[in-house]
Design a protein around this ligand. Structure first.
Ligand code: HEM
Length: 507
C-alpha cells in the first residue's frame, strides 16, 4: 500500500524529467537554428524538430528532391550559398559552381569526408570506404581503386552478361502474356543478381521467388524500420550521443546475414583452393596479402566493403536502368536509334556482345548520360567540413563538423546550364555537344577524389542490361503508368511516386 502511495510522486518525477529533457532539446534546437543568421548567411526558415526536412524518414540520411526548390529560390535571389538544417544540424547548400568546385576538388583537403553517421566501435563490420574518414579513407580508396580498372571490368563483363539470362527469360514470359512489366522490379532483380554474383560470388536467384534472399535483404535495407530510422535521426542530430548509445546504421540482422554469407564463401574458396574472377576475390586477395601488417586490410574491412559494394551498387544501377527504359519507351524514335546502333555494332562483332562491342555503343552511352542528368539516382552529394573553412567570395567561415550539400539533381535541371532541361535529349551528350556542357553542372557520379568508385561498373551493368532488352524487344509504355511522371520527395535515392510499367513486344 505504501508503494502505491509513492506511485503518483514517482510519476511526477518522471514527467518532470521528461519535460526538462524536452525543454533542453528544444533549447538546443532553437540555438542551432540561429547558426546561419550568426554567420550572416541567407537561410531557409527551419521548423522544430525537422529543420528543413519534408518529413521523418530516410532523409535523416541525406536530403532528397527538396534541394531543387531551395536551389531554385536561392539562385533567383542571387545567393551563392544558402543555409538549411537537417534536424538541428546546419547544412550549407552550395549553389554557385565555383564554390562547388572548391569544395569537391580544389579545397578537397577541408572536405574529405561524407556526413553519414557510422559507429566504428559498436558496428565495425559496417565500416567501409563509403563512411571512412580522412587518412583511413585515403588508404582504403588507394587499396580498392585497382578493383575497378579496365582490365577488371573486362573480366567481369562476361559474368554480368550471364546474369542477364534470367531477366531475358522473364521478358519472354511477359511478351507472350502481354502483361505489364513493373520495370523497377525486374531490373532490380537483374542488378541484385549482378552484384551478388560479382561481390559475393553467389547466384542470388532473384528471379526465383522461392530463393530470392538477396532481393528480400536489399529491399529490407531501403525500407528502414522505425528502429533504424530512430538510430539515423539521433545519429544525424548528434553523432557523439548516437555513438555513446551504441546506435548503428545497418540493422544487426542484415549485417549478420551478409557476414555469414561472406565468411562461408571466403572459407570455401580458401579450403578448396578455388579462385574466381570477381570482386569478392579481389577483396579477399587484398585481405590475405595484408594479413599481419599494421593498419592492413582487416577482416572487418573485407566484410564492410563487400557489403557496401552490394548496397551502393544494386539500387543505383537499377534506378538508372529503369528511368532509361521509361524514357526510351515513351520516345520510340530514340529507342529505334539506340536499337539500330546495337544491331550495327553487334553485326560487326559477329553477333557477340563483347566488352569491345559495348565500348563502341556511343549512342547508348549518350542515352544513359542523359538519363543520369534528368534522374541522378543519388540526388545530392554531401561533405563534412574537416577544419575551419572560409568561402572565398562571401568570407563566411564554417567550423569543423558542419555539412555541405551539392544538389546534383537541381544542377542537372537548371535551364541556365541545360537548354530546355525537362526534355530528354541524348544529343546533348553527342561527341560534338558534350564539350559545351558546363563543368560541374552535370556530375551524377559526384566529382573530385571522392567521386563514385563504381562508376565504370555501374555504367557497364546498366549498358549490358539495356543492350540485352533492346536487342530482343520493342518496349512501349503500359497504360498503368501514370503520366507525367512525378518524383517522390524526402527520399535519398530518386524514386517515382507511382510505379512505371512497360510492355515488351518480341522483335
Ligand atoms: C549508375 C550507377 C551509380 C551511380 C549513379 C552512383 C552514384 C554515386 C555518387 C553520386 C556517389 C557519391 C560521390 C561523391 O560523394 O562525390 C557514389 C559513391 C560511391 N559509389 Fe556509386 N554510383 C553508381 C554505381 C555504383 C556501383 C555499381 C558501385 C559498386 C559496385 C558503387 C560504389 C560506390 C562507392 C563505394 C562510393 C563511395 C566512394 C568513396 O567514398 O570513395 N557505385 N556513387
Amino acid at each position: 500500500m505504501a508503494v502505491l502511495g509513492l506511485l503518483p510522486q514517482f510519476l511526477l518525477y518522471i514527467l518532470s524529467a521528461l519535460v526538462s529533457l524536452l525543454l533542453c532539446v528544444y533549447a538546443y534546437f532553437s540555438y542551432s537554428f540561429t547558426y546561419w543568421k550568426r554567420k550572416g548567411v541567407p537561410y531557409i526558415q527551419p521548423k522544430f524538430p525537422l529543420g528543413n526536412n519534408d518529413c521523418y524518414g530516410t532523409e535523416a540520411l541525406s536530403y532528397g528532391l527538396e534541394t531543387v526548390d531551395w536551389y531554385t529560390e536561392a539562385k533567383k535571389k542571387g545567393y551563392k550559398i544558402v543555409g538549411t538544417w537537417n534536424y538541428s544540424n546546419p547544412v550549407l547548400l552550395l549553389v554557385d559552381l565555383d564554390t562547388i568546385k572548391s569544395v569537391l576538388v580544389k579545397d578537397f583537403n577541408y572536405f574529405t569526408d561524407r556526413d553519414f553517421f557510422h559507429n566504428p566501435k559498436h558496428d565495425p563490420k559496417n565500416e567501409s570506404i563509403f563512411v571512412a574518414e580522412n587518412e583511413e579513407w585515403r588508404q582504403l580508396r588507394q587499396r580498392l581503386s585497382p578493383v575497378f580498372t579496365t582490365a577488371k571490368m573486362r573480366i567481369m563483363f562476361e559474368l554480368v552478361n550471364k546474369c542477364a539470362e534470367p531477366m531475358m527469360q522473364l521478358f519472354e514470359t511477359y511478351s507472350q502474356s502481354g502483361d505489364p512489366i513493373d520495370i523497377k522490379d525486374v531490373v532490380a532483380m537483374f542488378t541484385t543478381d549482378v552484384i551478388s554474383c560479382v561481390a559475393f560470388g553467389l547466384d542470388a536467384s532473384s528471379f526465383n521467388p522461392h530463393e530470392a534472399k538477396f532481393r528480400v535483404i536489399g529491399r529490407k535495407f531501403f525500407e528502414s524500420n522505425l528502429k533504424t530510422k530512430t538510430h539515423l535521426i539521433i545519429g544525424r542530430i548528434n553523432k557523439k550521443i548516437a555513438r555513446f548509445l551504441g546506435l548503428r546504421i545497418i540493422p544487426e540482422f542484415l549485417t549478420n546475414f551478409f557476414t555469414e554469407v561472406i565468411t562461408e564463401n571466403a572459407r570455401f574458396r580458401q579450403e578448396n583452393n578455388v579462385r574466381k574472377t570477381d570482386l569478392m576475390q579481389l577483396l579477399l586477395d587484398l585481405y590475405e596479402s595484408s594479413k599481419g601488417q599494421d593498419g592492413g586490410f582487416t577482416f572487418n574491412d573485407f566484410v564492410g566493403n563487400v557489403i557496401v559494394f552490394f548496397l551502393a551498387g544494386f539500387d543505383t544501377t537499377s534506378t538508372t536502368m529503369h528511368y532509361a527504359l521509361y524514357e526510351l519507351a515513351r520516345n520510340p524514335n530514340l529507342q529505334e536509334k539506340t536499337r539500330m546502333e546495337i544491331e550495327t555494332v553487334l553485326k560487326k562483332h559477329d553477333g557477340h556482345l563483347t566488352y569491345e562491342a559495348f565500348q563502341e555503343m556511343t549512342y547508348l552511352r549518350q542515352v544513359i548520360d542523359e538519363t543520369l542528368r534528368l534522374y541522378p539516382a543519388v540526388q545530392n552529394v554531401t561533405r563534412v567540413c574537416g577544419k575551419p573553412y572560409t568561402f572565398k567570395d562571401s568570407k563566411v567561415t564554417i567550423e569543423k563538423g558542419v555539412s555541405v550539400v551539392v544538389p546534383l539533381v537541381a544542377l542537372g535541371r537548371d535551364p541556365d546550364y541545360h537548354q530546355d532541361p525537362e526534355l530528354f535529349d541524348p544529343e546533348r551528350f553527342s561527341p560534338k555537344n558534350k564539350e559545351s556542357i558546363t563543368k560541374y553542372a552535370y556530375m551524377p557520379f559526384g566529382e573530385g577524389p571522392r567521386n563514385c568508385i563504381g562508376k565504370r561498373f555501374g555504367l557497364m551493368n546498366s549498358s549490358i542490361g539495356l543492350i540485352r532488352i533492346l536487342k530482343a524487344y520493342k518496349i512501349t509504355i503500359n497504360s498503368q503508368t501514370i503520366m507525367p511522371l512525378k518524383l517522390k520527395r524526402g527520399v535519398f535515392l530518386m524514386q517515382p511516386v507511382d510505379k512505371l510499367y512497360i510492355n515488351a513486344i518480341k522483335i
